[in-house]
Design a protein around this ligand. Sequence first.
Ligand SMILES: [Zn+2]
Length: 175
Amino acid sequence: MAIRNVLKYPEKSLSQPSVKVDVIDDGIKELVKDMGDTMFHDVGVGLAAPQIGINKRILVYDSHAMDPEYEEEHREITALINPEIIAGYGSFISEDEGCLSVADYRADVKRYERVTVKALNIDGKQMEFDADGILSVIMQHEIDHLDGILFIDRISSLKRAMYKKKRMKELKNQK
Ligand SMILES: [Zn+2]
């Protein structure tokens, strides 16, 4: 079990697009395991590789996050390799969205209601599935990370500027 450090805005790897994974070797499997441990440790429902400084197109999520009777001890990690959104339908406001890489901030974000995702699973098997509800938000949020996009890039420029100002002040005070 290895818990990695989750990078926070404005770390560079968070704004860089990630590259596709060619071969799912032992190194990738180890990385996926660490991502799961890290996500579990930091109590998130999803985590993308660039959040731990690795710009590869890998995400993990908690497959029980959408259970109505969610219990933390039943958490289970699912990994997707080279995931893509191939279709999006409808739109809704994802309320109070947050991110382990955006400290102490939440905002409403406009998202697709439902998406079709294409990806490889950890065994390299090609999959395609539809996601709605919280899973739809997790998919859009995490796949955005793989393109170097944070949820604060999807809110009004005024709100974003206010967050950035607050964050810069915080960082300055830490020094
Ligand atoms: Zn995030």
